[in-house]
Design a protein around this ligand. Sequence first.
Ligand SMILES: Nc1ncnc2c1ncn2[C@@H]1O[C@H](COP(=O)(O)OP(=O)(O)O)[C@@H](O)[C@H]1O
Ligand SMILES: [Mg+2]
Length: 224
Amino acid sequence: MLKARDIHKTFGKVHVLKGIDLEIQPGRITAIVGPSGAGKTTLLQILGTLAAPDKGGAVYFNNVEVSCMPDKRLSAFRNKNIGFVFQFHQLLPEFTLQENVAMPALLGGMQRKEAMKKAADLLGKLGLEDRGTHYPSQLSGGECQRAAVARALINNPGIILADEPSGSLDSENREELHKLFFTLRDTMGATFVIVTHDESLAEKADIVVRMADGKIRSVTTQKP
Ligand SMILES: Nc1ncnc2c1ncn2[C@@H]1O[C@H](COP(=O)(O)OP(=O)(O)O)[C@@H](O)[C@H]1O
Ligand SMILES: [Mg+2]
């Protein structure tokens, strides 16, 4: 599925990623942990094709190299195949929850009626069925983050990348969001790569990638 080979990233003179090789397992939750500044976000952005690796490195999705695609093709590819969840939900305030969730489908060319129906279905699955007509400002942080997960799922992506998705939530909402990831893995076979500081999430993940100073220090496959 998603594979990275010899990823380096340099910003000016700062060598942030120093040769990363990683293969993501489908249907599994991979947690990426490590100290702040280790390069986790940079790696996730490169895996998600939001940033390009330095010359010589490559990212493959189902054995197709995506790191060399031209921009226009790449954004269509990304919209179809990769779901993103960030630390802050980044829902658009002037749209309802249902419209926010439908957005990536609409951008991908789906008819509005179908996209809105799909968004409503997903909101239902995520326990937000009565919230579709509400605006993000009317919801709690936990609800917004669940809606962000629904938005990430709407195009049935092969993989969901999340960068500190529970970093702005209180412990109760954090727990609930983490549970949702495992439920989606179990019910839909969803594949997640989650950058997290949360040790309890890392403990439960199928695979834990530990990073420090721009390198992968260990990859551990954990028993359930
Ligand atoms: N766009 C950028 N320009 C310059 N330096 C950057 C940029 N993005 C990240 N960095 C630097 O790269 C290092 C790793 O950052 P990041 O990937 O955000 O780490 P983490 O997510 O593990 O905290 C940091 O030293 C950061 O300052
Ligand atoms: Mg980060």
